[in-house]
Design a protein around this ligand. Structure first.
Ligand SMILES: C[S@@+](CC[C@H](N)C(=O)[O-])C[C@H]1O[C@@H](n2cnc3c(N)ncnc32)[C@H](O)[C@@H]1O
Length: 201
């Protein structure tokens, strides 16, 4: 299960990706995003942004004094995200979550929606996210499934994502702490997985 195989897997899904979401999903997602504490003027990082499903929800809150930066290592996803959201306060970058092309301390919040299980080295992704976030900034890992449902979905899909999973709560807690995040919170329910942690520097 190599990195390149994951890129190829997501590249071939990009064209139809937006069809994956129902109106109910989008409404629920907007409700979740509304509770993250995003405010006007924030600079938000969306890691594994895909075609930018969160961009509109975020960019409307941060406004023209803030920004939304999406990162994805699938070029096809990145190109689609660019086409979908040609707004001055939205940037999209083709990069890997384990090597973010940003300076230290430059974002006010980071989110990874439906992406964290796919990162080839989750600990390094946490280290990198910590590095680019400002002190006291929050990182959210979000899924519209529980961790169990998500693993079952990946097993059904098979192929390169068959074993992609969210680590068990105690392991994820330790991973966050090893990357110098504090105040770890993990909610794991049917239809919603929401983990959050705060940067300590
Ligand atoms: C299931 S999709 C979710 C996309 C988007 N967040 C959404 O919900 O519509 C996972 C995304 O993570 C991206 N991804 C996986 N591993 C990555 C990595 N190491 N670095 C950057 N992006 C990655 C994939 O290319 C894909 O677009």
């Amino acid at each position: 299960m190599t990195h390149d195989k994951h890129q190829a897997f997501f590249d071939q899904l990009a064209a139809e990706w937006d069809l994956m979401f129902t109106a109910v999903d989008l409404e629920f997602l907007e409700h979740i995003v509304g509770k993250l504490g995003v405010t006007e003027g924030m600079d938000i990082l969306d890691i594994g942004c895909g075609t930018g499903i969160l961009f509109d929800m975020l960019r409307r809150i941060v406004g023209e004094n803030g920004s939304v930066t999406g990162v994805d290592f699938s070029m096809e996803m990145v190109q689609k995200a660019h086409r979908n959201f040609p707004f001055p306060n939205v940037n999209v970058v083709d990069a890997d979550a384990i090597m973010l092309p940003f300076t230290d301390n430059c974002f006010d919040m980071a989110v990874a929606f439906a992406a964290f299980p796919h990162f080839s080295n989750q600990q390094r992704a946490l280290d990198e996210t910590h590095r680019v976030l400002k002190p006291k900034a929050k990182f959210y890992i979000i899924h519209l499934e529980s961790s169990k449902e998500l693993s079952e979905t990946h097993q059904l899909i098979g192929g390169v994502v068959e074993h992609d999973a969210i680590p068990p709560a105690d392991k994820l807690r330790k991973m966050f702490e090893d990357s110098r995040f504090a105040d770890v919170s993990i909610e794991d329910h049917p239809n919603l997985y929401l983990a959050s942690a705060t940067v300590q520097k």
